[in-house]
Design a protein around this ligand. Structure first.
Ligand code: SF4
Length: 290
C-alpha cells in the first residue's frame, strides 16, 4: 500500500506502533521486492556519498561554467579562520558543508540530489554536521535519511519536485522540509514533532520562485542552500519545543501545490522574470553567452 498523505502516515504508524522510518523502510522493501537490510545498506551508501561530496567540496575552489561561482566555500572557510561564527561551531559547520555540497553540484562533481541537484546542500549539511558534533550513530543517521526520503515521497504525491513545475518551494523548500523532519528524528522527536517541523519549514517557504540567472543552477541556488539549511534547523528546534503548525501538514502541502499552480511560468525555471531579468543578470548573460 502506498502512503499518499501525512494523515495516512500518522494512522499507519499509530496502528502498527512504528516510527516513520520503520514504516517507510518496510514499504520500500516490499515495493522493491528486497529486504529492509538491503534498503538500509543503500541508504548508508547515500550517506557516504554525501560525506564524500562535502569532503571534496571543502577542498576545491574550481569555478563553474559561468566562471563567477565556485569559490564561496573557500571564502567562508577563510572567513571563519579569522572570525568565529556568531552562532557557534555547529552553525559554521552546517553552512560550510552546505556550500561545499552545492558547489560540487555546480562544477559537476559528486551530485547528491536530495531531493534535487539544486537543493543538494540542505539535507547533507545538517545530517552530517549534526552527526559529527553529537556523535550520532550510523544507524540513527540511516533512520534520519529514511525519514527524510519518506517525507519527500509523500509530498511528491501532490507536488512535482521541480522548479519548472512549482517553483523553488518544490526544490529547496521541500529539501528544507525533509531536512527539518530528518533532524527532528535524529534528535529524538516523536511523530508529531517530526511532522510539525516539516510543516513549519514548508509553510514558511511558500511561493519561493525559481528564477535562475542565465538559466544556470548557480544564482540564487548556491546561497539559498546554506540559508535554508539553517531554516530547517530553526523549524526543528521550534517543533522539538512543542510548537505546532496551526495548519496541518497535508493542508500546507495543498497550499504548496496551489501556489505552484498560480505561480507565473515566468517564475518557474524559465529565467524570464525575477532575479533572472535584473539589469546585472542580463549583463552577465551577455558576457557568458554573448
Ligand atoms: S532557484 Fe530554481 S534552479 Fe535554483 S535551486 Fe531553486 S528550483 Fe532549482
Amino acid at each position: 500500500m502506498k502512503i499518499m498523505t501525512f494523515e495516512e502516515l500518522i494512522r499507519e504508524c499509530s496502528s502498527k506502533n512504528k516510527k516513520i522510518y520503520e514504516l517507510i523502510q518496510e514499504y520500500e522493501a516490499q515495493e522493491s521486492d528486497t529486504s529492509i537490510e538491503k534498503i538500509r545498506a543503500e541508504v548508508k551508501h547515500h550517506i557516504e556519498a554525501m560525506q564524500s561530496s562535502i569532503k571534496t567540496g571543502m577542498t576545491s575552489s574550481e569555478k563553474a561554467i559561468s566562471n563567477w561561482c565556485g569559490d564561496d566555500c573557500e571564502k567562508l572557510q577563510v572567513g571563519y579562520s579569522k572570525r568565529n561564527a556568531l552562532f557557534g561551531k555547529l552553525f559554521e559547520k552546517i553552512i560550510t558543508y552546505s556550500l561545499a555540497t552545492i558547489e560540487e553540484n555546480l562544477r559537476m562533481g559528486k551530485i547528491v540530489a536530495c531531493p534535487t541537484a539544486g537543493s543538494c546542500g540542505i539535507v547533507p549539511s545538517v545530517l552530517i554536521a549534526v552527526s559529527e558534533d553529537y556523535n550520532i550513530s550510523e544507524d540513527e543517521q540511516i533512520n534520519a535519511l529514511i525519514t527524510a526520503g519518506g517525507i519527500g515521497a509523500i509530498i511528491s504525491n501532490k507536488v512535482q519536485l521541480a522548479g519548472a513545475v512549482a517553483g523553488c518551494q518544490a526544490e529547496c523548500g521541500v529539501a528544507a522540509a525533509m531536512c527539518a523532519g530528518a533532524l527532528t528524528q535524529m534528535l529524538g522527536g516523536d511523530i508529531s514533532q517530526i511532522l510539525n517541523a516539516v510543516a513549519l519549514a514548508m509553510k514558511n517557504l511558500l511561493g519561493l520562485t525559481c528564477d535562475p540567472v542565465c538559466g544556470l543552477v548557480e544564482v540564487p541556488c548556491i546561497k539559498r542552500n546554506p540559508i535554508l539549511a539553517i531554516h530547517a534547523v530553526t523549524s526543528s528546534e521550534l517543533a522539538l519545543a512543542g510548537i505546532e503548525s496551526k495548519i496541518p501538514l497535508d493542508e500546507v502541502i495543498d497550499a504548496v501545490r496551489q501556489t505552484g499552480q498560480l505561480m507565473s511560468p515566468m517564475l518557474k525555471e524559465s529565467s524570464q522574470a525575477g532575479l533572472a531579468t535584473t539589469k546585472t543578470a542580463l549583463e552577465l548573460k551577455e558576457k557568458i553567452f554573448g
